[in-house]
Design a binder for this molecule. Sequence first.
Ligand code: ATP
Ligand code: MG
Length: 172
Amino acid sequence: SSYIERIEAYNFKSFRKKKTIYFSRGLNVISGPNGSGKSNIGDMLLFVLGTKSIHSVRADKLSDLISKDSGNTCYVIVTFKNDEGKSLEISRRLVIEDEPKSYYYVNGTKARQSDVEDALSAFGINFGTYSFVLQGDINDFVGMSGVERRKLIERIAGTEQFDVELEKARND
Ligand code: ATP
Ligand code: MG
């Protein structure tokens, strides 16, 4: 299995200049007072691992991701490690010029978002499924109807796809 070894961030949200956060294999816990930046660490991961929506990193616009009054660029580098000791480095850099531009890198080489997805899955990491439990998700889960909850469990288990195919076959 693979795990996140470290996250390096530069001018990302409340993390001014360069900050490196180290993790170890297994369960890691981040604790701290309200507003101290715990969720921003999760946002770093969502940012790099190709979030489709800016709102999932709790920002209205891309420029909100750059530390206030810290220029026009930020980046995040996530380093994964696997059991064989191999590393995979995925990074994303944001530059705000006339319009915001963002660049992905796999092991330091410029890449497309689809290359990032390929590199991750080749490394045994699949972010297509439900890998993130965000703030509020547990409340949502508790408040769900039985059917909604079953749908979510089916999505996590990966059996939702069969329902889609079954439905298609029925309509053919
Ligand atoms: P809680 O315990 O309430 O969930 P938290 O530790 O998860 O708190 P975060 O939501 O990660 O805290 O951090 C919020 C802080 O990040 C706020 O103080 C906010 O001002 C700061 N912040 C967000 N974006 C930026 C930015 N672009 N520049 C500077 N600070 C920022
Ligand atoms: Mg939080």
